[in-house]
Design a protein around this ligand. Structure first.
Ligand code: MN
Length: 253
């Protein structure tokens, strides 16, 4: 097995207070995960210095992730909203670098939520422009970016691996990678194999999640087909388990 195995922090803890970070790092260490994915949804109250020291002391490999919001959305047509989104992305990139993370991923191209219309041409161009600058800053910091493909109820922009590849081509930077998630693929793709085969040169990160976000093996995802495809393209990147329970995740999120 060459792939690093990761776990999303929200599997265990709802947010990123120092107390939660301490419990998280202990769980990741005890359960022998190679990667801990930390969501930056509460960046304002995240104690970056504390987190960086904690992860360094325990030699925890951290990946950071986030989505944007409707008032901070780089795929908007509204200049002010695009600026807000851009600021959020740049501060998240800085936080990721401060935490020792070499990868920042998620729906970096838009708000996570149900839109009432398709992304416009102008909005898409705004997202490409911000992500180009972000990839340059990421390159300077030695960080790679991930474009996570999400389903239609969570983004109006990047729903399929093919759309993500086109976006990555438009950004045109080799530190921007494709991020597939089986939960979203189950809703949007025709199968679990072809999107992986077509994305071999782009793929940099993978989320495994069940069709209902619950325990692996209790839903309808064809993991055999998906893992077979990863093997067929010699995927060597991380494979991170993502699951959400309302007993763990903060109510607001
Ligand atoms: Mn995911």
């Amino acid at each position: 097995m060459v792939n690093k195995i990761g776990v999303h922090a929200l599997v265990f803890e709802g947010s990123t207070s120092n107390e939660e970070l301490s419990r998280l790092s202990e769980k990741a260490e005890t359960l022998k995960y190679d990667v801990l994915e930390l969501s930056l949804h509460d960046l304002d109250s995240l104690d970056q210095k504390f987190a960086a020291e904690l992860f360094r002391a325990k030699s925890i490999n951290v990946v950071c992730s986030r989505g944007l919001s409707f008032d901070a959305d780089v795929s908007s047509e509204d200049t002010k909203i695009v600026e807000n989104g851009s600021e959020l992305l740049f501060s998240s990139l800085e936080a990721a670098a401060n935490l020792g993370s070499k990868f920042l991923t998620g729906a970096l191209y838009g708000a996570l939520g149900k839109y009432e219309r398709l992304a416009s041409k102008k909005g898409k161009a705004n997202a490409v422009s911000v992500l180009k600058s972000l990839s340059e800053e990421a390159h300077r910091l030695g960080v790679e970016l991930g474009i996570e493909v999400c389903n239609r109820y969570e983004t109006n922009f990047i729903n399929t691996a093919e759309q993500a590849r086109l976006l990555i081509d438009e950004i045109g930077a080799d530190n921007v990678k494709l991020h597939l998630d089986t939960y979203h693929m189950n809703i949007e793709e025709t199968d679990f194999r072809q999107p992986v085969l077509s994305s071999a040169d782009y793929l940099g990160y993978v989320h495994i999640g069940e069709s209902h976000r619950g325990y692996l093996g209790t839903g309808t995802i064809n993991f055999e087909e998906f893992f077979g495809a990863l093997q067929a393209v010699n995927y060597t990147g991380p494979i991170t388990f993502e699951s959400f329970s309302r007993e763990v995740v903060a109510e607001g999120l």
